[in-house]
Design a protein around this ligand. Structure first.
Ligand SMILES: [Zn+2]
Length: 178
């Protein structure tokens, strides 16, 4: 397992604007899990170009790997290859949440790669477009759901109205008798 270094010295790059450096690596990152979702094996392939630009050091290119997350219906693991286009900027005074830091004339691409990979994990994938849900034998859907209760009575009698009905009837009957 070759742990490729993703730390790039930028001294050379900054000597002349437009100088590029290619970072082409397969790496295995630790801590690539978010709950039940993960990067399979923590393995990622990156193919970046690093160059000095007026706004800072620009890293562009692509990265790929395989995501794993439980199917939202049957909960089986779903493995899906992913491919992400990357364009990130490193600055001496980074903007929180937008750009990354240049420290000691070097940039470290590792946190960038990890963050982008984890952000790409699918939230609720499906193993198959027509996944039927839980295994019918192990988890019969009929038992999981409440049996449908038939409506008890059409309109349950409100005792107050029942009394009123009776009174009205008696009144009417009394009127007839008069
Ligand atoms: Zn499924």
């Amino acid at each position: 397992m070759a742990q490729a270094t993703l730390v790039v010295d930028i001294v050379e790059l900054q000597r002349r604007t437009g100088t590029r450096r290619r970072v082409d690596a397969r790496l295995v990152l630790p801590d690539t899990e978010v709950g039940e979702r993960s990067i399979v094996g923590g393995a990622l392939t990156v193919d970046f170009v690093v160059e000095a630009a007026t706004e800072g050091i620009v890293v562009s290119g692509a990265m790929s790997g395989v995501s794993r997350a439980p199917c939202r219906r049957c909960l089986d693991d779903v493995d899906e290859p992913f491919h992400i286009d990357v364009r990130e900027i490193f600055e001496r005074r980074p903007t929180e949440g937008e750009t990354w830091p240049i420290e000691d004339e070097r940039i470290d691409l590792t946190p960038v790669v990890r963050e982008l990979a984890l952000l790409s994990l699918p939230l609720a994938p499906l193993c198959l477009d027509d996944c039927a849900g839980p295994d019918a034998e192990r988890f019969p859907t009929g038992l999981a759901e409440e049996p449908e209760e038939p409506e008890a009575d059409e309109s349950p009698l409100d005792p107050r109205w029942a009394v009123l009905d009776a009174l009205t009837f008696e009144d009417a009957a009394g009127d007839d008798q008069r």
